[in-house]
Design a protein around this ligand. Structure first.
Ligand code: DX5
Ligand code: ZN
Length: 229
């Protein structure tokens, strides 16, 4: 996993066919996805339940590139080893998930994964100021986590503040929630490089008819690059 700040589109399989994750991951990758974003929810940190490490392990062989696992769970630490064994490349925990995010990020790195830290919309950029030398990714939530298909919340000022704080450190800024061709330019201009999109990627397509995935991914990427701005 080499570092660059080019725009990367990371489809969230929260919007895919839950009975067909392996084929869905392969389909979106074949249609141009850069990373695959995997949303793990526990019904405790967020009000929804998805799946855990066993599902991640099952889909891993169907992903050629980066498996980007977003943990919306609390506590986190007792599951880190399981997600490493499941083959996560990036493992992101929420700064709000517990009192010891620093320890959590150390443990993610110690287990051979790239640590990410996520911030809810109500959490300020400054909350990660002491964590910048231990993360490879900062995920700025542009919805309150728990569900796909929600309305985008503009976090441009926070993204810009983080971009300034990061300086020349090799840290990705990822945006998660409500990303589509209309909102992508805002977040890209503010300094984001990884754009997670669920509904806006999977809309209109299927494993049997994956061409819409290509069009949807391209529309978000081109909008982020400024072509349609
Ligand atoms: C929200 C999840 C997101 C979500 C994005 O809790 O973390 O990854 O699936 O879905 P859309 O793109 O539909 O907002
Ligand atoms: Zn997510």
């Amino acid at each position: 996993m080499s570092f660059d700040r080019s725009i990367k589109i990371a489809p969230s399989i929260l919007a895919a066919d839950f009975a067909n994750f392996g084929a869905e991951c392969a389909a979106v990758e074949a249609q141009g996805a850069d990373w695959i974003h995997v949303d793990v929810m526990d019904g405790h940190f967020v009000p929804n339940i998805t799946f855990g490490p066993a599902t991640c392990a099952a889909i891993r062989p169907h992903i050629k590139g980066v498996m980007d696992v977003h943990l919306m769970i609390a506590p986190v630490d007792s599951y880190i080893e399981d997600f490493a064994k499941a083959g996560a490349d990036v493992l992101t925990a929420h700064v709000e998930a517990g009192p010891h995010i620093h320890r959590t990020l150390q443990a993610i790195r110690a287990n051979g994964m790239r640590p990410g830290v996520a911030l809810n919309p109500g959490t300020p950029a400054e909350s990660v100021a002491e964590l910048l030398d231990m993360v490879d990714l900062i995920c700025v939530m542009t919805v309150n986590p728990g569900f796909g298909g929600q309305k985008f919340i503009d976090m441009s000022a926070k993204i810009k503040a983080l971009r300034t704080m990061i300086g020349d450190r090799e840290i990705h800024i990822e945006i998660d929630g409500g990303v589509d061709p209309k909102t992508a330019p805002l977040v890209a201009q503010a300094g984001a490089d990884v754009l997670v999109a669920g509904s806006a990627v999977f809309r209109g397509g299927s494993v049997q008819d994956p061409a819409p995935y290509r069009d949807n991914i391209r529309a978000i990427r081109e909008a982020a690059k400024g072509v349609y701005v």
